[in-house]
Ligand binder design. Structure first.
Ligand SMILES: CC(C)(COP(=O)(O)OP(=O)(O)OC[C@H]1O[C@@H](n2cnc3c(N)ncnc32)[C@H](O)[C@@H]1OP(=O)(O)O)[C@@H](O)C(=O)NCCC(=O)NCCS
Length: 155
């Protein structure tokens, strides 16, 4: 595997969007490819950072990082997704590591939200030291609870 983590090019937004649309969260939330793609392009030219994992020349995953997205102060991982064909091979871990590295000067505590049905993602975050600290029922969709997770950096 030749893996490179770098910033997304604007023309890669639809490839990233397709990855998340084909994931369990994309399907459950009814994500629309063109809409997510447009949001990623908009975010990439804002204060947010969109990183991609390029694996053997193909886009294998991405992460949407808002450096001060949590409470206008702390790093927030807005979205992360890996192509289902290559999940479980370390790409998500590499993206998460980059999220932590590229926000190290922004804030000590790292935040994210994960849907309560997304057991695989919750286990993935817990493996890297994220802890559940709260629940927000009916936040993104009625009937789905978002779990607020935090990682406190050791400094
Ligand atoms: C959560 C996600 C980003 C993790 O990315 P990933 O590349 O699969 O992560 P890694 O390979 O680095 O680690 C995956 C871990 O999940 C498990 N896993 C193993 N095989 C797997 C597979 N085929 N698919 C998913 N997870 C697998 C393992 O616990 C693995 O840890 P291990 O290295 O100890 O075996 C990815 O599963 C994904 O895109 N999910 C759909 C989108 C999503 O739900 N995003 C989170 C939104 S909050």
């Amino acid at each position: 595997m030749s893996l490179m983590i770098r910033n997304m090019l604007l023309e890669e937004s639809s490839l990233c969007s397709a990855i998340v649309c084909n994931s369990p969260i994309g399907i459950r939330y009814g994500f629309i490819n063109e809409k997510i793609s447009a949001e990623l392009r908009k975010a990439a030219v804002s204060d947010d950072i969109i990183i991609v994992a390029e694996n053997g020349g193909a886009i294998a995953g991405f992460a949407w990082i808002a450096p001060r997205g949590a409470f206008c102060s702390a790093p927030y991982l807005r979205l992360i997704a890996v192509d289902e064909k290559v999940r479980g091979s370390g790409i998500g871990s590499a993206l998460l590591k980059k999220f932590e590295e590229c926000t190290k000067d922004t804030g000590k505590d790292l935040f994210l939200l994960v849907s309560n049905f997304n057991k695989q993602a919750i286990a993935f975050y817990e493996r890297y030291g994220y802890q559940r600290i709260g629940k927000i029922p009916d936040f993104a969709r009625p009937g789905i609870t978002e779990i607020l997770m935090i990682k406190r950096r050791v400094i």
